[in-house]
Design a protein around this ligand. Sequence first.
Ligand code: 1CP
Length: 345
Amino acid sequence: MSKIFVDACLRKPTPYTPVWMMRQAGRYLPEYMEVRKKAGDFLSLCHNPELACEVTIQPLDIVGVDAAILFSDILVIPNEMGMKLEFVKGEGPVFEKPVKTEADVDALLGGEEAADRLTYVYETIKLLKQKLPEDRALIGFTGAPWTLATYMIEGQGTKTYNVCKKMMYSNPELLHKILRKVTDVVKFYMVKQIEAGADVVQIFDSWASAIEPSKYDEFSWKYMVEIAEYIKEKYPETPIIMFPKGVASFIERGLVYGNFDVFGVDWGTPMALAKEKLGDKYVLQGNMEPCRLYSKEKTTQCVEALQNIMQGEGHIFNLGHGILPDVPVENAIHFVKECHRVSAK
Ligand code: 1CP
């Protein structure tokens, strides 16, 4: 049975434009909060394939999206490379010992050995393949090397990125050494997710905008392209989605390149600009401002405007970044219904 979401990624005809939401499994769903309570804490939930499977499927049943995204987190990767990770209440993710020196990088587990430790992710994917309806796609994912490196170097989320930028400008070799090591793990991780059953994979470069445009290719995009190339060599049929957040000027100047299928457009980039610059080459995903979800009326306006620009050609509806925890569930349901309504053929 064909999956509408996979067909749309490959620019094949579909009866309507599919939709999913970044961060669609999570705290805005009371059903998620219940399962998380059962698991104990967030990381225990990621490590429990039965429960991770349950929360992955929730937004399909409750909100009606066309694709499921594996429930996990980007930070399980550095965690399995040997960096002790904790989610501190109110503070978010914290690594006990951030990477500071070459010796710290050398001490991390690399390559396939690190990717092999993420068995609970592959188990969750295998279980999901048994439980998901045949016409719904499963999206696997990773963080981009740069976005992962920001947490590994800063030790936690940051507003200024001052520690990693100090490294970028005073010791770029060390930053590249970290990015190289993470890239090599992510290549194996992506292929193993596909072998376990992921239909599509997305690379999240959530903190792309922290890099000045003239340095973006050197410190992030080229590593993402290398990962995509590696995946395509092994699994040319599996769609790849690239989501670099906050790179409008990189797009505008025609600097996007690489062998992948879908470009995720963030909410700060006008869809018409993305279409003009990238629409011939890549399917475009996005890009409603997630806060529009607070108003049904403003949601409908945006969905109609996106449909007017894209006309159901080479498009996947999504938000331009993750859904926030205080969005009413009924507004998320409204968004999905409206995407289906305006694009029905
Ligand atoms: O239960 C909780 O309160 C924990 C909150 C939470 C959740 C639900 C975290 C902690 N991660 C997740 C799940 C998650 N993370 C998914 C699941 C699938 C889905 O989307 O439905 C995905 C894809 C991610 C990816 C992720 N984690 C990204 C990239 C996407 C994005 O939103 O930009 C990033 C940057 C992270 C790091 C992270 N993990 C969790 C938090 C709170 C953060 C962000 C911290 C920060 O702002 O720096």
